[in-house]
Design a protein around this ligand. Structure first.
Ligand SMILES: Nc1ncnc2c1ncn2[C@@H]1O[C@H](COP(=O)(O)OP(=O)(O)OP(=O)(O)O)[C@@H](O)[C@H]1O
Ligand SMILES: [Mg+2]
Length: 231
């Protein structure tokens, strides 16, 4: 199976006011389509830093990230995020002044999809994440946390990406809602060949992944711990 994302000897240093923080040190890891990855580790170990480099939101201090074999230095990473790679955050980050429908159609508008088509797709996406289409006229503040996170996933899917990066997407949810989100993400991996990379503190969730990368003090611990999945 060929890798879709690769971090190759990546280091990242935050230049603080008084000192440098070596958030990542010589990290190498690979990610393939049709696989569900968990990134675990203590608070401050470097998980979010790794995810933001994989998302191309920041550049490594050393090393390089590759998408389908092309180094990010040679890519338009904003375009990559519009077309191939979506991010889901712990605190949902929906646009509060836009309706559910407008939140979901927003990425499609950026890609110049016609409004009627985008609205049609928004209804399909709501269905895909198990939400009734009646929710589309509501504003995020009128929804529960679990519902907001599903809308955030629907929005992430709007651009039909190949990769989803999720930073503690279940961190603000109760067990049942968290499991629902994981089920949706796993389904995307199994049925639609997505590559899902999920940062989580939750042991139970990490155990459901195909591959677990454990980060400690800015490094990935030895070889990845491959967890036998049921499939
Ligand atoms: N903007 C910043 N400036 C300086 N140092 C930072 C900055 N962001 C993060 N760090 C430091 O970099 C290290 C890695 O942080 P990171 O956010 O990647 O950790 P994390 O594993 O995601 O933690 P958490 O589980 O708490 O979200 C930590 O030591 C953190 O204090
Ligand atoms: Mg973090």
């Amino acid at each position: 199976m060929s890798d879709i994302l690769k971090a190759d000897h990546v280091s990242y240093t935050y230049q603080g006011k008084y000192q440098k923080v070596h958030a990542l040190r010589d990290v190498s890891c690979t990610f393939a389509p049709g696989r569900f990855y968990a990134v675990t580790g203590r608070s401050g170990s470097g998980k979010t830093t790794l995810l933001s480099l994989l998302a191309g939101l920041d550049r490594p201090t050393q090393g390089e990230i590759f998408y389908d074999g092309t180094p990010y230095a040679e890519l338009d990473t904003a375009k990559l995020r519009r077309e191939k790679l979506s991010i889901v955050f712990q605190n949902f980050q929906l646009f509060p002044l836009l309706t559910v429908e407008e939140n979901i159609t927003y990425p499609m508008e950026l890609s110049r999809v016609k409004t009627a088509k985008a609205r049609e797709r928004a209804v399909e996406l709501l269905e895909a994440v198990g939400l009734p289409k009646e929710l589309r006229k509501k504003y995020p503040a009128m929804l529960s946390g679990g519902e907001q996170q599903r809308v955030a996933i629907a929005r992430a899917l709007a651009s039909a990406p190949r990769i989803i990066l999720a930073d503690e997407p279940t961190g603000n949810l109760d067990f049942e809602n968290g499991e629902n989100i994981i089920r949706i993400l796993k389904n995307l991996v199994e049925k639609e060949n997505y590559c899902v990379i999920l940062v989580t503190h939750d042991r139970g969730i990490a155990e459901q992944a195909d591959v677990v990368y454990q980060v400690q003090d800015g490094q990935i611990l030895s070889s990845p711990e491959y967890i036998m999945s049921a499939r």
